[in-house]
Design a protein. Structure first.
Length: 201
C-alpha cells in the first residue's frame, strides 16, 4: 500500500522515540545489497520482484522486536514512476526513486535530512558511503550488513576495500587487528562510532 508520494523524504522517518532516545535509522541501497549477496542474487535471477521481495522479507524478520527504522531504496530511474514512491511492507519503509533519479541521490538526500536519528547507511558504493559519513552517519558495506542479518554477530566490522565500488583508492583504513605490536593504539573516533553502531544492529 502506498502511504505517500512526494519528491521529499517523509519527515516521520527521522525522529526520537517516546522515551527521548535517538532512533537508529538504517538506510539500505536495495539493488546494491541484492547484487552483493549470493542468496538474494539467486532470487533476483527469477525476477527483480522476487529479489526485492526476499530482501524486504529478510529485513522485516531481522527488525522484528527491534526499535530501528529501516528504509530500503530501490532504483526506479529508468522505468519507475514519474513520482518518488514510498510504501510500507511488513514494517519496512520501501522507497522507489522517481524516473530520471537514481537511488543514490535519494539516499544522499535522506542523509542530509537525518536529524534526530542515528544514521547507518548500507551500500558498497563508495560515493554513497562517503556521503553518509560526511553527514555524520556510519556506513557499512552490503556484505558487512548481510553478516548482521544472517548471524547477528556483534564484533566491529572488518572493512575490506574491495567490498566498495569505485576507483578513488583507499577510502579508509579500518582494519581492527588483534595482533599486538608494542603499546595498543586507541581506535579513531570514526572507528569507535562504527563499532558502537554495529553493536546496536
Amino acid at each position: 500500500m502506498v502511504l505517500w508520494k512526494t519528491t521529499d523524504v517523509h519527515p516521520q522517518l527521522f525522529h526520537r522515540n517516546g522515551e527521548g532516545f535517538r532512533v537508529m535509522h538504517i538506510i539500505i541501497d536495495g539493488y546494491n545489497m541484492i547484487r552483493q549477496s549470493d542468496f538474494l542474487r539467486d532470487a533476483e535471477r527469477i525476477s527483480l520482484e522476487a529479489g526485492r521481495h526476499l530482501l524486504v522479507k529478510t529485513l522485516a524478520k531481522y527488525n522484528r522486536g527491534k526499535r530501528h527504522t529501516v528504509t530500503v531504496v530501490f532504483d526506479g530511474w529508468m522505468e519507475g514512476s514519474f513520482r518518488e514512491e514510498h510504501l510500507d511492507e511488513g514494517g519496512i519503509h520501501v522507497v522507489y526513486s522517481r524516473r530520471g533519479e537514481r537511488a543514490d541521490e535519494v539516499i544522499k538526500r535522506m542523509c542530509r535530512l537525518a536529524v534526530g536519528s542515528e544514521l547507518v547507511v548500507v551500500s558498497s558504493d563508495r560515493e554513497v558511503a562517503m556521503h553518509a559519513e560526511r553527514s555524520g552517519g556510519v556506513s557499512l558495506s552490503s556484505p558487512e550488513f548481510e553478516g548482521k542479518l544472517m548471524d547477528g554477530r556483534d564484533e566491529p566490522p572488518l572493512h575490506d576495500d574491495d567490498q566498495f565500488e569505485g576507483d578513488e583508492g583507499d577510502r579508509r583504513d579500518v582494519s581492527l587487528t588483534t595482533r599486538k605490536k608494542g603499546p595498543a593504539r586507541k581506535l579513531s573516533k570514526r572507528k569507535r562510532k562504527t563499532a558502537r553502531a554495529v553493536r546496536k544492529l
